[in-house]
Unconditional design. Structure first.
Length: 154
């Protein structure tokens, strides 16, 4: 199976919105604070047009099978690096998981970030999402910080 990684465009928007909902549905069991019904984490159309975002899709033949983006962000002033690449909307169709699709997307995004002299990549993943954590470790990521929360609702 040949996998092609390419720039996403506006023609891919409906697939990207579908992938986003796939992520939302996978994350619902991990996050009781998510609203019910369709929700959107991203302004995908805006990101497709932004210069500081590189949005990619993976395709196998005529089928879009995954996506991800890198967005260049300003780092907190106390960090050694001024900018970093934030990875998001990392999605692979369940039928194509385990075939290095995510790794190929990450490698392409990392190369794009390096070409802009970015020296740090970051992403967020739910601590209960073992499959994603394993995939990100395989790509070279390590755990860095744990975000904690406490509900004050009665």
């Amino acid at each position: 199976m040949k996998i092609n990684i390419r720039q996403a465009g506006m023609a891919d928007l409906s697939a990207l919105l579908r992938f986003e909902q796939g992520i939302v549905e996978a994350e619902r069991p991990l996050d009781s604070t998510l609203k019910e019904g369709p929700i959107h984490y991203y302004d995908i159309a805006g990101m497709l047009a932004a210069d500081h975002v590189n949005f990619l899709v993976a395709e196998s033949g005529d089928n879009l099978i995954g996506c991800g983006y890198a967005r260049i962000e300003s780092a907190k002033q106390h960090l050694k690096h001024a900018l970093y690449g934030y990875l998001g909307l990392m999605y692979v169709d369940p039928k194509y998981r385990g075939r290095s699709v995510n790794g190929k997307i990450i490698a392409t995004l990392a190369a794009w970030c390096r070409s802009r002299r970015i020296t740090e990549l970051r992403l967020e993943v739910y601590c209960g999402n073992g499959d994603a954590i394993r995939a990100y470790r395989k790509a070279g990521f390590t755990e860095h910080m744990v975000e904690m929360r406490m509900s004050l609702a009665e």
